[in-house]
Design a protein around this ligand. Sequence first.
Ligand SMILES: [Mn+2]
Length: 249
Amino acid sequence: MFSRLLSRIDQRARIPDGIVLYAIGDIHGCADLLADAFDLIDQDIARTRSGRAIHVFLGDYIDRGPDSRRTLDLLITRARAHESVFVRGNHESILSDVLRRDDLLPDWLRLGGAATLMSYDVLLPRANPEAALLRRSLSKALPRAHSEFLTSLRPSFTCGDFFFVHAGVRPGVPLSHQSEEDLMWIREPFLSSSEDFGKVVVHGHTPVREPDIRDHRINIDVGAYATGRLAVLVIRGHDIDIRCVGRPR
Ligand SMILES: [Mn+2]
C-alpha cells in the first residue's frame, strides 16, 4: 500500500471536537483501493486513538471499475463496525431508476453500467440488450442488502462547517434548498464559482489530477478507476489531511 501526505492545511472551518471524519470520493468499483483505504484509516484510528470516527462516502460506488459488487459488500460490512454516512452519487441514482424502468438502460450502459452487470454475473448480450429482461436478471442477482443499501443513500451530510455531497451545489441557492439533481450531477456553474456557500463543500464527481483544496470547496475525486488512486480526506478539528492509496504518481 502506498500512502502519502499530500496536504495539510489550516482553515477556519472545523468540525466539533472529539470527532475525526474520514471522507472517501468516487470508488467506481475499485474494491481493492477501498480495502487499502480502510487499512489506512484503521492505522490512523489505532495511532491516534480518536474518539468518535465518522466515515463519509461521497457516492459513485459502482460502474466503470472492475468490482462494483465487492465494493458494496465492503461498504456494507464496514458500516456494521464504523459509524458511516453514505451519500448518493448519480451512478447509484441511475441504477435505482434502471431497476424500476426500462428506458434508462442505454444511458446506464454508456456510463459504465456494463461493468456492474458483469460483477453480478449478469450476462449482457452483444447486440440489442433487451431492457426488461436485463432488469429482471439484475433484480434477481442483486442481494437484498445491496438493494437496501441503494435505497438508504442520502443526498448530503453536514458536519460542523463542512457540507458533504456527491457533485456540488448550485451557486445562489441556500444549502437547505438545493435540488437532489444538482447535488448529484452539477459541474458548472459550481466548479467555477467563488461564492461562499456557507459551508466548505466536500465533493467528488469531477475527476482532478490532485485533490483540489480551496477555501470554499474540496474535490477529492482523483479518478480511481482510471488512475488507480483513491483519496482519503481526514478532518480533525480544523486540521485537514489528504492521503492517497494505490499507485504512486
Ligand atoms: Mn458522479
